[in-house]
Ligand binder design. Structure first.
Ligand SMILES: Cc1ncc(COP(=O)(O)O)c(C=O)c1O
Length: 476
C-alpha cells in the first residue's frame, strides 16, 4: 500500500476493511474452537462502546488520566477477590497472557538479583505442558527453562519431579491451572509445598482458567485449590480477554504482596525527557482494553458469568461424551474445565482437521512430543455451545471420510525429513520440502495435514528455525 495522495472516504475505508476479512474464519457462526471468546451480542456491544470511549486516553500517566488508574485497580481487585487473595495481594493489567507471564518471570529474575545475588545463571522449573509464553520469557530475559516431563496418562506434572529439577540456581517454579493443551490442572497445592520448602517463588498460569474455574467452584463443581488460598503460590496470571470474555488486550498479573510486585515496576529519570514509570511492559497505552474489561465484569455480574460457565460446562460434557462414543477418537487425560484434546490411533488427526475445515470448522492441531501423541484441541466457549451437536455430527462423518482416504505416509515423510536433515544445508533442504507441501512465503495453504506431518517429524530446534524463516518471508 502507498498512502493515497488524497484521503479516501469513511465508506470506502470501512468497506475495504470488511473486504480484508473475507478469507477469515467465520467466528460469529461459532465454528472456531479457539482464539475467540464471544460473550454474545449485548455484552459485546457494551464492551465495544466502553472500549471505544477510552480509546484515546493514555495509561502512561495516572496523574493525568486518573480514570485509568481507577479502571485498572477496580478490575485487578475484582480478579484478586475471585482468586481469593487478601488485602496484601496486588496486581496490574497487561495486554495479554504473554505479557503477564513475561512480567512474572522478570519479577522473579529481578527479585533474585536483589535477594539472591549469588545466582548468576537463573533457572525456572516448568512442566512440559506449560505455555510457550514461558519459553518466550526465558528467551527474552535470559532465564534458563528447566522443563519437567509430565505423566503421560494424566498430562499433569508430578510435584516430586518438579522438586528433583530444582538446583541452587532455581528462582521460580511454574504450573498451570489448567494447561491449554489438555485442559488439566497441575497439582498446585503440592507444588506450593515444594516452593515453600525451597524458599522459591511459584507462579500459577491461570490465563485460561483463573476466571472460569473460580466461577465453576462457586457453582459447586469440584475444583482443586489453585489460587492464593495455596500458601506457596506467589503470583497468578489470569486473562480477562479469554474466559472473562473481555475485548482482546487485557490480562491480570497478580502477586501475593507488594514486596514481590515492586520488582516488576520500572522507573527512569536518566534522560532529558519526561519521567517514565512503567509497572508493565508498555508505556503509552490505550484505555480501551481496561474499560472493556471493567464494562463486561459489571455488565455480566456474577450471575451472568455463572450462567455462561454453567452452560459452557454442560456443553463441554456433552461434547466429551460424544467424542467418547467414537471409537476412533480418544480424549486425553481428564479435562478440568471446558478445554480438551483428543488423539486417534486409527486415523490421521491432521487430515480430520482439514476435513472439518472444509465444513467451516476450525479445530487446532497440536504436535506430538516424545511422551504425548499428536492431537486436536477444542476450547468450548459461550459463542460455540449452540454448535456442539452439529460439531459432533460432522466429526463422526469426517472420521469416516478420512478412513476412506489414502492415509498420509508418515514413514515416508519422516524419511524425507531425515534426508533433508542429512543434507549439507538442512535448512534450505527443509525449506524446499515445505514449499513442495504448499507452505511458501506468501500464501497460507488450504490443507494443513501434510505440512503438519512434516513439522511434527522435525526436531523442535529446526522446526523453530523453519517457522521463523517462514514468518520472515510472510510479512514485509
Ligand atoms: C494457559 C495459557 N497461558 C498463556 C497464554 C498466552 O496468552 P496470550 O495469547 O493472551 O498472550 C495462553 C494462550 O492461550 C494460555 O492458554
Amino acid at each position: 500500500m502507498l498512502i493515497p495522495e488524497k484521503g479516501l472516504s469513511k465508506e470506502e475505508i470501512l468497506t475495504t476493511l470488511q473486504l480484508f476479512k473475507s478469507r477469515d474464519l467465520d467466528w460469529k457462526a461459532g465454528k472456531v474452537w479457539c482464539y475467540v471468546y464471544n460473550p454474545g451480542e449485548d455484552p459485546a456491544e457494551v464492551t465495544r462502546e466502553a472500549y471505544m470511549s477510552f480509546l484515546t486516553e493514555n495509561g502512561l500517566d495516572p496523574s493525568v488520566f486518573p480514570s485509568m488508574l481507577k479502571l485498572e485497580t477496580d478490575v485487578v481487585r475484582a480478579v484478586i477477590n475471585l482468586l481469593r487473595g487478601d488485602e496484601n495481594s496486588v496486581g496490574h493489567l497487561t495486554t495479554g497472557g504473554t505479557e503477564s507471564i513475561m512480567l512474572a518471570v522478570k519479577t522473579a529474575r529481578d527479585m533474585a538479583r536483589a535477594t539472591k545475588p549469588h545466582i548468576k545463571e537463573p533457572e525456572m522449573v516448568l512442566p512440559k505442558t506449560a505455555h510457550a509464553a514461558f519459553h518466550k520469557a526465558a528467551h527474552y530475559l535470559s532465564v534458563k527453562p528447566v522443563v519437567v516431563d509430565i505423566d503421560p496418562e494424566t498430562f499433569k506434572v508430578r510435584a516430586e519431579e518438579m522438586e528433583k529439577a530444582i538446583t541452587e540456581n532455581t528462582i521460580l517454579l511454574i504450573a498451570s491451572a489448567p494447561s491449554y493443551s489438555q485442559g488439566v490442572i497441575d497439582p498446585i497445592a503440592e507444588i506450593g509445598n515444594v516452593a515453600q520448602r525451597h524458599n522459591l517463588l511459584f507462579h500459577v498460569d491461570g490465563c485460561v482458567g483463573g476466571l472460569h474455574l473460580s466461577f465453576m467452584r462457586k457453582l459447586g463443581y469440584d475444583v482443586p485449590d489453585f489460587d492464593f488460598t495455596v500458601s506457596g503460590v506467589t503470583s497468578i496470571s489470569t486473562d480477562l480477554h479469554k474466559y472473562g470474555y473481555a475485548a482482546k488486550g487485557c490480562s491480570a498479573i497478580m502477586y501475593r504482596s507488594k514486596d514481590i510486585r515492586k520488582y516488576q515496576i520500572f522507573a527512569c529519570t536518566d534522560t532529558t525527557g519526561y519521567t517514565l514509570i512503567n509497572p508493565t511492559m508498555l508505556s503509552s497505552k490505550t484505555g480501551g482494553p481496561m474499560a472493556g474489561a471493567w464494562a463486561i465484569l459489571n455488565f455480566l455480574g456474577e450471575q451472568g458469568y455463572k450462567k455462561i460457565v454453567g452452560e459452557v460446562q454442560e456443553a463441554t460434557q456433552h461434547l466429551i461424551d460424544g467424542v467418547h462414543t467414537m471409537e476412533d477418537l480418544q480424549v486425553l487425560g481428564e479435562p478440568a474445565m471446558c478445554m480438551f484434546s483428543f488423539k486417534s490411533d486409527t486415523i490421521n488427526v491432521y487430515q480430520l482437521a482439514d476435513e472439518m475445515s472444509k465444513r467451516g470448522w476450525y479445530i487446532q492441531g497440536q504436535f506430538s512430543t516424545p511422551l504425548t501423541p499428536r492431537n486436536l484441541h477444542i476450547s468450548v466457549t459461550h459463542g460455540t455451545v449452540h454448535n456442539v451437536d452439529a460439531l459432533l455430527q460432522d466429526l463422526r462423518e469426517c472420521v469416516e471420510i478420512v478412513k476412506a482416504k489414502t492415509p498420509i505416509d508418515s514413514d515416508a515423510i519422516r524419511g524425507m525429513v531425515g534426508a533433508a536433515l542429512q543434507s549439507p544445508d538442512p535448512e534450505a533442504a527443509f525449506g524446499q520440502l515445505a514449499a513442495s507441501a504448499g507452505l511458501t512465503g506468501t500464501e497460507l495453504p488450504s490443507e494443513m495435514a501434510f505440512i503438519n506431518e512434516v513439522l511434527d517429524a522435525l526436531p523442535d530446534e529446526l522446526c523453530n528455525v523453519f517457522l521463523v524463516n517462514y514468518f520472515n518471508d510472510l510479512y514485509v
